[in-house]
Design a protein around this ligand. Structure first.
Ligand code: ADP
Length: 195
């Protein structure tokens, strides 16, 4: 038997502006070259949302490949499967009222479109984290470009595997021009959150 008291239909003590808003449950999908800044921005956005008491979770390639997708390699089929799984996990988070921040190169338009199709319109915020390849390669935060150029990492995106830029992203962030804090403000604005 359920002894929980019924929830009040309204919160009469609060003025409209003070009422809790629906949590901004959305998938923020960061796509771009390796080294573009997806992981950096994902964690900065997560921290910013958490400071406001919002529940957010980063799904990045390293985290997913350490567990859920540890069986997958880097063939086109395995990359597609990894993106498919990430999209479904993100959908579960959004259904649970959270912000899912996905940071994956996700180089192919068709796979990003399939991810978007899992969400209600407006709940999937595609963000193109854009830097010239030369900048990403110069940053090379994990030494992957160096390994790719030496032939140790075949089919590396941007080197010998294509990256298909989004045609109409909700937001494009040039991380070689904008500091991290400005990128986070623009992300928050696109989520309908005031700074
Ligand atoms: P990705 O996840 O896209 O592979 P990372 O976030 O791991 O990229 O690495 C991006 C690198 O670029 C980091 O060393 C980060 O400090 C640096 N960086 C410089 N400016 C920015 C910016 N505005 N936004 C994001 N990263 C930046």
């Amino acid at each position: 038997m359920n002894h929980m008291p019924p929830l009040p239909a309204a919160l009469p003590g609060l003025r409209e502006a003070e009422r809790p808003q629906r949590p901004p449950a959305r998938a923020v999908w960061l796509t771009g070259l390796s080294g573009a800044g997806k992981t950096t921005l994902a964690h900065a956005l997560e921290a910013s949302l958490q400071r406001d008491g919002l529940r957010a979770c980063v799904l990045d390639g390293d985290r997913l490949r350490a567990g859920l997708s540890s069986d997958l390699g880097f063939t086109d089929a395995d990359r597609a499967e990894s993106i498919r799984r990430a999209a479904h996990v993100a959908r579960l988070f959004v259904d649970a009222g959270m912000v899912a921040i996905v940071a994956l190169i996700s180089p192919f338009r068709a796979e990003r479109a399939a991810a978007r199709a899992l969400f209600a319109p407006g709940d999937f915020i595609e963000v193109y984290v854009n830097v010239p390849l030369a900048v990403a390669e110069e940053r090379d935060p994990k030494g992957l470009y160096r390994r790719a150029r030496s032939g140790a990492l075949p089919r590396f995106t941007g080197i010998d595997s294509p990256y298909e830029p989004p045609g109409a992203p909700v937001l494009e962030l040039r991380t070689d021009v904008l500091p991290v804090a400005e990128c986070v403000e623009r992300l928050r604005a696109r989520m309908g959150l005031v700074p």
